[in-house]
Write a protein that binds this ligand. Structure first.
Ligand SMILES: [Zn+2]
Length: 93
């Protein structure tokens, strides 16, 4: 793991912690910083990161707290408190 990857990992954990503690804006700063590090180092953000952050407002998403998760037509639909939706397909057996 490179230093950049480690920092992204760490920032994801910090964002999760900050959100759990109600520091939503601090979590946003962590999310933005992690995105910048990925860009600068030409790294792909881990799936866990992209799926738990809002593309529109950079919030770290905690289902039941600031995000709603619903299943719809073979997709997982995650709605952020800002109103932005993210849709991901899921496999059916
Ligand atoms: Zn949002």
């Amino acid at each position: 793991m490179t230093i950049a990857e480690e920092r992204i990992d760490r920032l994801e954990a910090l964002a999760a912690e900050a959100t759990a503690d109600g520091n939503v804006d601090r979590a946003r700063e962590y999310v933005r910083l992690a995105r910048r590090i990925a860009e600068r180092n030409r790294l792909r953000l881990p799936r866990s990161f992209t799926r738990s952050t809002c593309d529109a407002c950079d919030a770290y998403l905690r289902p039941g707290d600031n995000a709603r998760v619903r299943l719809q037509d073979g997709h997982v639909v995650i709605t952020c408190a800002c109103g932005h939706h993210a849709r991901y397909p899921y496999e059916t057996a």
